[in-house]
Design a protein around this ligand. Structure first.
Ligand code: GLN
Length: 197
């Protein structure tokens, strides 16, 4: 069974665990370097990126997470997690992992529309078209590097991107009842990274 680690410092940890289990993964909470040993993929949940960044520094996890990525195992960052993956942050910067060649602008939808749901654009990649996306004080991703592929957009803006085995969503794919295609892709990338059974 594919083991999905979930960074358990702060944020919507339980919703990601449920979403991972709905697509057939088993889950492990990650708080220490040694928790990374036995996992096939890692999720950085949404929450508050300043709080999560402080936790990463306190737990000494920045370098171990970069090393985890260097092994080729996949990562998924959602919302605050996407911010932490980026190379640079605008609007109250935090230290990031620098695993995604993009600039994350925090709270980029402003205070008027803190939270909203929207369908992804029809021009998005399958199976991420017409996907219901929930945004909660969401960031926007800008200045994407040449290796960053846009899998889904909402109103023309990238909301789900991929750089090799690093996935970042500015929305919350873990919310909702049904199986999440984003978590499905994470599992598929984990299986690909693990090689033939
Ligand atoms: N606004 C939060 C931040 O900048 C992210 C919100 C979220 O993860 N839902 O950290």
């Amino acid at each position: 069974m594919t083991r999905i680690g979930i960074l358990a410092i702060q944020g919507d940890i339980e919703a990601h665990a449920a979403a991972s289990e709905r697509v057939g993964g088993c889950t492990v909470r990650v708080l220490r370097e040694k928790d990374l040993d036995g996992i096939d993929a890692l999720i950085l949940p949404g929450g508050e990126s300043t709080t999560i960044a402080k936790g990463l520094a306190r737990l000494g996890l920045y370098e171990p997470l970069r090393q985890f990525a260097a092994t080729g195992r996949p990562l998924l960052g959602t919302c605050a997690g996407a911010i932490l993956l980026s190379r640079e942050v605008e609007n109250h910067p935090v230290e990031t992992l620098g695993l995604l060649d993009a600039v994350a602008a925090r709270n980029a939808y402003g205070t008027q529309v803190d939270s909203f749901a929207a369908l992804s654009d029809a021009g998005s990649e399958a199976p991420f078209r017409d996907l219901r996306c929930t945004f909660i004080r969401a960031p926007q991703l800008r200045d994407l590097g040449p290796d960053v592929q846009v899998l889904a957009r909402v109103e023309g803006r990238p909301v789900l991107v991929r750089q090799r085995r690093v996935l970042a969503a500015t929305f919350h794919p873990e919310l909702g009842e049904g199986p999440s295609p984003v978590h499905r892709l994470l599992l598929a990338l984990a299986d690909e990274a693990a090689g033939p059974a």
